[in-house]
Design a protein around this ligand. Structure first.
Ligand SMILES: [Zn+2]
Ligand SMILES: [Zn+2]
Length: 417
């Protein structure tokens, strides 16, 4: 081969390789999610309502998150969500100092003394603000997300995290985040309530004295009716001890990412069993502000955390019944064989009979053996949580196929049940 031809080939080869590498690099952001497409999460109707998938607790660079608001939206779309709330910390905005430094040349001389940020960590200062109050515009993150939402068409929700040592509370569907702050957390929560916001408790604290109950502030806020929901799931944490309180008091069970860094980094490598990021599933007629707010105040939610679902029994039972069908296949010498088909994106962990267990996977089918001649089966679904130790129970009835001599032979038992 002539030297020049070889060189040309080599250059072409390198160009192809480097293009491929460049393309791969450019694609890293998307591949960190679920691929080049939005992941659709299929959930049947529950009690006649559509089920919308929401993350009601996320952070951006406007508090202590490491991503922008439009990025949060993009992630939510790829992750298959319908609703996203931007809820930056009001009293803890770690990144603000650097943002001001970056914008330094724009600041008038007379304001330079404020250029280190004001009240960027009220929580860290033992909840004591200085006389300036909060100077930044706490609506900017929401407005940025809304601007880029034209591309995605999700329901973007304005919100804020009231962040004190005494507890963290999310107010969503606020009218103006800049009119919520008050040095007294009770008044701040009330300000949000007066705006018509839905307020819920974030990553709840236990009462340091009793260790089993909530803090006195939380109890007071529930009693006054200001707080209508509680996070059962937040990031990797799951508060099983709060489920009875939530169910007994008609509060909405909620589960959110509380994403500060990239969601894919936080959730997907960790949940390698195929679970999704945390979601609050909202049972509503439509995916608009009015319907979603109405559903939240009515407590029509299911908290999803790592394939565990927490909610009222009637919702979880209906979810299961609308997801899973049962069909009689045949009888063997000793048993009746049925096929369970799951047309939902969540797996169900089943228990029946004496000690039999199986998982019917997301969008999958399994076959199980029942006592010969059975016409129904009662399942306890161990990942559908309706109370502290209570799990949803569902009886599925099925019609037996007429006897078929051919099928009476023992089938090939490839399945382990
Ligand atoms: Zn928090
Ligand atoms: Zn948070």
């Amino acid at each position: 081969m002539k030297k020049s031809k070889f060189l040309l080939l080599a250059v072409t080869f390198l160009a192809v390789v480097s293009t491929a590498v460049a393309e791969k690099k450019n694609d890293v952001t998307r591949s960190l999610h679920t691929g080049k497409h939005r992941q659709e999460i299929i959930i049947p109707k529950v009690c006649g309502y559509n089920v919308y998938k929401a993350d009601l607790h996320t952070h951006t660079i406007y508090s202590d998150g490491s991503v922008t608001a439009p990025w949060r939206l993009r992630e939510a779309w790829f992750d298959g969500l319908d609703i996203l709330a931007i809820t930056d910390h009001m009293e803890y905005r770690r990144i603000e100092r650097n943002l001001i430094k970056f914008m330094g040349a724009y600041i008038k001389e007379e304001y330079r003394h404020l250029a280190k940020g004001v009240n960027t960590n009220i929580q860290g200062e033992n909840d004591k603000p200085d006389e300036h109050g909060i100077l930044v515009d706490m609506n900017v993150g929401y407005e940025e997300a809304l601007e880029s939402n034209e591309q995605y068409g999700l329901l973007v929700v304005r919100g804020v995290e009231i962040t004190r040592n005494q507890g963290h509370y999310n107010a969503i569907f606020t009218q103006d985040n800049n009119k919520i702050y008050d040095p007294d957390i009770r008044k701040a929560i009330k300000n949000a309530v007066d705006q018509g916001a839905f307020v819920f408790q974030n990553h709840p604290k236990r009462n340091p004295d009793t260790k089993t109950k909530m803090t006195p502030l939380a109890e007071e806020m529930y009693e006054k009716g200001y707080v209508k929901g509680t996070e059962i799931g937040n990031g990797h944490a799951f508060w099983g001890w709060l489920v009875p309180h939530c169910m007994n008091n008609g509060l909405a069970p909620i589960s959110n990412s509380d994403g500060h860094a990239s969601i894919s980094e936080r959730f997907y490598p960790y949940y390698n069993d195929g679970a999704y990021r945390n979601m609050t599933l909202i049972l509503a007629k439509k995916c608009d502000e009015k319907s979603i707010k109405e559903a939240l105040f009515a407590g029509r939610t299911i908290a999803y955390h790592s394939n565990k679902l927490v909610g009222k029994e009637e919702y979880l039972v209906d979810l299961f019944k609308n997801s899973v069908t049962i069909e009689h296949q045949c009888d063997t010498k000793k048993s009746t064989l049925v096929t369970l088909t799951n047309r939902c994106s969540f797996p169900y962990e089943l228990k029946w009979g004496k000690n039999a267990t199986a998982v019917v996977g997301a969008m999958g089918a399994i076959q199980i053996s029942l006592p010969k001649g059975a016409e129904s089966v009662e399942f306890t679904i161990t990942n559908l949580i309706t109370g502290g130790k209570k799990r949803a129970k569902v009886t599925l009835n099925f019609k037996r196929k007429p006897d078929n001599e051919y099928l009476r032979a023992e089938p090939n038992r490839w399945f382990p049940y």
